[in-house]
Design a protein around this ligand. Structure first.
Ligand SMILES: Cc1ncc(COP(=O)(O)O)c(C=O)c1O
Length: 296
């Protein structure tokens, strides 16, 4: 699996002509349409050496599942995904790419039961003599997060900055928090779901931090996970029209809406880096109406 690192870092001078806003293009990490999950998957795959089935869990349109399915396909091993049900009937966007990679998909209606279903299947496979490797939600364990401890080195951390990113299962935030430890870099995670105790979960992924060290903002989730917001769509339109950079309605659009709002309220200043975590394929699952543009 070949990653294109370091990813580019460039200024967003047309979208933000009056501010020092930069973008870290982790949407361009290079394998299976890129994104933060690709960095994590590379680390997890090293650890999975010798396995013959990769299993993971996620939302129906999980970016992480798409990348893991592609990793398994490239290695010529099997992939089993446990995604939130019900079965949508049509495979679109990331789910289409999962199927195209040859992954088998099992839908689990209760998201809290996905991990149990995966672990039970891993036990069955082990009994049958296979070598399964089960990956937690979002690849967010210490191994996955270690990719972001390394990724932090791609930023000049002697120059003060605020880094803004979308945060969900927490591995990306956790790795960057560890990577920027002691540096004059402030990290702001814009939440995109309402799962309980995100600060505690982040501190369970990397050692040496307390929940009070974690800086998450919950103001931009909107109605729910994966439900587009007006502000998120305005952010997507701005970056697409002014910079030719695509964001998505689930993660990066909401995170950019957070950055814009904090900037407008005077709560952000100096060098600001938006960490683009990818996820762009998910925009194609939405209709024009969902995204607030006129259909043809
Ligand atoms: C595009 C995108 N951005 C951000 C995130 C959040 O990353 P993490 O789960 O490490 O918090 C995800 C994870 O699902 C993602 O797919």
């Amino acid at each position: 699996m070949k990653l294109c690192l370091p990813t580019p870092l460039h200024r967003l001078d047309r979208a933000f002509p009056n501010h020092d806003v930069w973008i870290k293009r982790d949407d361009l990490t290079g394998f299976a349409l890129g994104g933060n999950k690709t960095r994590k998957a590379a680390k997890l795959l090293e650890d999975a050496e010798g396995s013959d089935v990769l299993l993971t869990v996620g939302d129906t349109q999980s970016n992480h599942a798409r990348v893991i399915a592609a990793c398994a396909a490239q290695k010529g091993i099997e992939c089993e995904l446990f995604l939130t049900g019900p079965n949508p009937g049509r495979a679109t966007s990331n789910l289409l790419l999962d199927r195209l990679a040859g992954a088998s998909v099992r839908f689990v209606d209760d998201p809290d039961q996905r991990e149990a279903a995966m672990n039970q299947r891993a036990s069955e496979l082990r009994i049958a003599g296979k070598k399964p490797y089960a990956i937690p939600l979002g690849g967010s364990n210490a191994i996955g997060a270690s990719a972001f401890v390394e990724a932090a080195k791609e930023i000049d951390a002697t120059d003060p900055a605020t880094v803004v990113l979308a945060s969900s299962s927490g591995g990306t935030y956790a790795g960057l928090m560890k990577g920027f430890e002691g540096a004059p870099i402030k990290l702001i995670g814009i939440r995109v779901d309402r799962d309980p105790d995100p600060e505690k979960r982040i501190c369970e992924i990397v050692e040496g931090f307390d929940p009070s060290d974690v800086n998450l903002n919950s103001d931009f989730v909107g109605e729910d996970y994966a439900v587009p917001t007006r502000e998120g769509m305005a952010a997507i339109r701005l970056l697409w029209q002014k910079e030719g950079v695509l964001l998505d309605p689930v993660y990066t659009g909401k995170a950019m809406a957070g950055l814009i709002s904090l900037l407008e309220r005077g709560e952000l200043s100096g060098r600001i880096i938006f960490w683009h975590t990818g996820g762009t394929p998910s925009i194609f699952r939405y209709s024009a109406t969902d995204l607030g543009v006129d259909d043809l």
